[in-house]
Design a protein around this ligand. Structure first.
Ligand SMILES: [Zn+2]
Length: 458
């Protein structure tokens, strides 16, 4: 048994049922669970470890619902800098074909470090390419080491170019192998208990890279085990055209026809989800991972998030893969969600607190969790603190420190507690040697590009 007291925060944002914000608030944590929340006089006066958060805003850890962490190795690749989705993918697939298990492990750790320092405590990752002996186990190992709460999704691609799909044949897998490995991963790793640090989800990459049969069988398999389903859907207009031409249905109709709607499913992007699709998602409780930076980077459009939320669709936030959003900052993503909503739908489309709600409670719902996303007794002990005395917050935090976190330039966390463990202290990661990880990551990124160049050479 160990206890941790976070006290004296200038403002504590709870995201609890009444959205309390408590000046001078704190949190008392026993092991990995929040035991008490409130002003100083409402909390025990001591604990095994005490952190004084005067000059900080304390809030629930942010939740990232969509990522491809291996893509940290291929940020800002010149050939993919200015492309839209399909051309972007075709520029990158041949490079990704040279990934190795070490590259998966180190890039996952790099991406998680970046996320944690930006306020994220739970992330999903969508790994859908497994060349050269790469396994989802490599990503899981990285998450355990750094101490991040994780939804690892077993992605897949099975329809290569020779079958009318988008990816080259060299990076697709056989469908029987995909399903067998997915079963193995669920049976080995999925922990459905409250405060679980690891969920497995089933995640064929997209309708344009797997077959109808794999989509259907994946849904059956996921429900057999009670795990969640995840894929990309209706990302841009070409994605919709592909669906109409190939399947004679909109992406939402296609998803429904395969069993891919329900409160155990979340789809990334949904930028081009039509009104019928929004109603279907709302009725069925199907979730959406909104990725505003990636949508801007690839010129995919503006997802109708206010309309979705109005209709009752569960919406979480995703930074998306590091090659289509080269700056994975979770608080920054919430800022972009607010700004982009205003570009698309007007000044009142989203405010700062709504953006924070999507990044916390929204993400928890989309990942099927009721033990994270808020600071309240009985919740998992995932809390982050941002300093309010930085130059970037100057003149903002004094008026409304909570809103300033979204309106001002996005800061890094000063403290992060994940599952009761202090993972960031005074701005420094405590669980891994970050400079060494980044150095190795950069060497591997160069190696990956060199392998791709060598394979292309005549
Ligand atoms: Zn994605």
């Amino acid at each position: 048994m160990s206890t941790l007291l976070l006290k004296n925060a200038d403002m504590l944002v709870t995201m609890d049922a009444t959205r309390r914000e408590i000046a001078g608030g704190g949190v008392f944590i026993r092991d990995n669970v929040i035991e008490a929340v409130g002003a100083v006089h409402e909390l025990p006066s001591g604990a095994d470890e005490v952190i004084d958060l005067a000059g900080h805003v304390l809030m629930p850890g942010l939740i990232n619902t969509h990522h491809h962490m291996y893509q940290s190795l291929t940020r800002a690749i010149p050939a993919a800098q200015d492309a839209e989705l399909f051309d972007w993918l075709q520029a990158l697939y041949p490079i990704w074909a040279h990934l190795t298990p070490e590259m998966i492990r180190v890039s996952t750790q790099t991406a998680m470090a970046e996320l944690i320092l930006s306020g994220c405590t739970t992330s999903s990752d969508h790994l859908y390419i497994y060349p050269n002996g790469c396994r989802l186990d490599d990503a899981i190992e990285a998450a355990r080491e750094i101490g991040m709460r994780f939804t690892a999704t077993r992605g897949s691609m099975s329809v290569g170019q020779s079958q009318g799909g988008l990816p080259p044949d060299s990076v697709v897998e056989k469908e029987d192998d995909i399903l067998r490995d997915t079963r193995r991963l669920i049976e080995t790793y999925h922990d459905a208990s409250r405060h679980s640090m690891l969920h497995i989800a089933v995640a064929p990459c997209s309708p344009f890279s797997v077959s109808r049969e794999l989509m259907r069988e994946s849904a059956v398999l996921a429900r057999e085990y009670g795990v969640r389903l995840h894929t990309h859907l209706a990302e841009n207009v070409k994605d919709v055209s592909y669906s109409l031409e190939k399947f004679g249905m909109t992406p939402a109709e296609y998803a429904e026809s395969l069993g891919w709607t329900g409160n155990d499913v979340w789809h990334a992007h949904c930028v081009q989800l039509d009104d019928a699709g929004i109603n279907l998602f709302a009725r069925s409780g199907t979730g959406v991972a909104h990725c505003p930076c990636s949508n801007m980077r690839l010129a995919s459009g503006i997802a109708p998030i206010p309309k979705m939320r109005e209709a009752g669709v569960p919406v979480g936030l995703g930074v998306d893969g590091s090659a289509s959003n080269d700056g994975a900052h979770m608080l920054g993503e919430a800022r972009q969600a607010m700004l982009l909503a205003r570009v698309g739908f007007g000044q009142s489309a989203m405010n700062a607190r709504q953006a924070l709600e999507i990044a916390t409670l929204g993400g928890a719902r989309v990942l099927g969790r009721d033990d994270i996303g808020a600071i309240a007794p009985g919740m998992s002990a995932d809390c982050v603190a941002f300093a309010t005395d930085s130059v970037g917050m100057a003149g903002g935090a004094v008026h409304d420190a909570v809103a300033a976190l979204i309106f001002c330039a996005s800061p890094q966390v000063a403290y992060s507690v994940i599952n009761g463990r202090v993972v960031v202290s005074a701005g420094k990661l405590t669980t891994v040697d970050l400079p060494a990880v980044v150095q190795r990551h950069n060497a591997l990124a160069q190696q990956l590009a060199a392998l791709a160049r060598a394979a292309e050479a005549p």
